[in-house]
Design a protein around this ligand. Structure first.
Ligand code: COA
Length: 329
């Protein structure tokens, strides 16, 4: 019998642009205030891409760090998956642009669209491809330049989003470690709740699509909030059950960084104290597909992840979509 290799994360890295946009600056742009933003979301500041940067630049920087941590060269990579809703352009894919920048000449490359759940969808895809024997080393990147699709006159959305990228290298790991389960889900009926409607084949770019602000994120915040509260704890519990673990086994929860109140509701449901969650949304806001890999890379940097630890990754987002995974480090 051919044994299925265990697959895990063998290197991680993050990159956020230098420019910080504070709540105080937002007070000058829309009718809001620091106190409202902090109490309703937990966010204090977020990063913005420089005018000359785009999503592939952010993903490239994070990837270099992840490759170094894995002790691999770009030529060792068999496949690059980029989870993003803010690609540099429609095509070529951001994954192809990063492949070229890295010089990962042997790698296949494609983008994956599952909004804020995209990184977990990417991990599940890469992990399956490695355990099937198709590939050995896959670079999975979550990268976003959300400031490019954010309407800075809309206080309902502009306070939430930021830019950045996280990257991981997946490869074979010793038995007993690595990914133990994945849960992926979607509910297309909720698609209207969170979307950028313009610029695609349904509403091609036009003067009307620009003046109608259809190239910006539109969100029914309250509805998304209710969905998120329901799905975060539920998806995490399902992933634990599938893996044969319980909530008592969790060493660190790495949730999507959308809103501190959503994270707290997941912690309540899982009976976990706040110290057991990696929370950095105060510094970066919601970076969509970038949030979970940035949080993961930062947890590793801070020494919060040790060999054998049980990590639960969980996210939700536009689509609607959700995803969760149990990972033994
Ligand atoms: N500053 C001050 N007031 C604001 C505001 C801001 N930035 N944004 C909204 N408000 C106001 C609203 O206009 C509303 O005023 P009204 O009662 O006079 O109509 C009031 O605050 C309450 O708005 P509401 O939308 O009910 O607030 P909320 O507690 O639901 O918080 C969000 C709003 C967006 C923070 C919250 O709904 C949320 O986080 N949703 C999920 C978003 C998300 O995760 N999106 C990404 C998914 S990946």
């Amino acid at each position: 019998m051919v044994s299925i290799p265990s697959v895990g994360i063998i290197g991680s890295g993050k990159y956020v642009p230098d420019r910080i946009l504070t709540n105080q600056e937002l007070e000058q742009m829309v009718e809001t205030n620091d106190e409202w933003i902090v109490t309703r979301t937990g966010i204090r500041e977020r990063r913005l891409v420089a005018p000359e940067q785009a999503t592939s630049d952010l993903g490239y920087e994070a990837s270099k760090i992840a490759l170094k941590a894995a002790g691999l060269t770009p030529e060792d990579i068999d496949l690059i998956i980029v989870a993003t809703i803010t690609p540099d352009m429609f095509f070529p894919s951001t994954a192809c642009l990063i492949q070229e920048k890295l010089g990962a000449k042997r790698a296949a490359a494609f983008d994956l669209s599952a909004a804020c759940s995209g990184f977990i969808y990417g991990l599940a895809t890469a992990s399956s491809m490695i355990s099937s024997g198709l590939y050995k080393h896959v670079l999975v990147i979550g990268a976003e330049s959300l400031s490019r699709i954010t309407d800075y006159t809309d206080r309902n959305t502009c306070i939430l989003f930021g830019d950045g990228a996280g990257a991981v290298v997946l490869g074979p790991v010793p038995e007993g470690r690595g990914f133990k389960s994945f849960v992926l889900g979607a509910d297309g009926a909720g698609g209207e709740l969170l979307k950028v409607g313009g610029g695609g084949s349904r509403m091609p770019s036009s003067t009307e699509s620009v003046t109608g602000k259809h190239h910006f994120i539109h969100m029914a915040g309250n509805e998304v909030f209710k969905f998120a509260v329901r799905i975060m704890g539920g998806a995490a519990e399902e992933a634990l059950e599938k893996a044969g673990y319980t909530k008592e086994d969790i060493d660190l929860l790495i949730p999507h960084q959308a809103n501190i109140r959503i994270i707290q509701s997941a912690l309540n449901r899982l009976d976990l104290p706040e110290e057991k969650a990696m929370i950095n949304l105060d510094k970066y806001g919601n970076v969509s597909a970038g949030s979970i890999p940035i949080a993961l890379a930062e947890a590793v940097e801070q020494g919060r992840v040790n060999e054998g630890d049980c990590l639960v990754l969980v996210g939700f987002g536009g689509g609607l979509t959700w995803g969760a995974s149990v990972l033994i480090w």
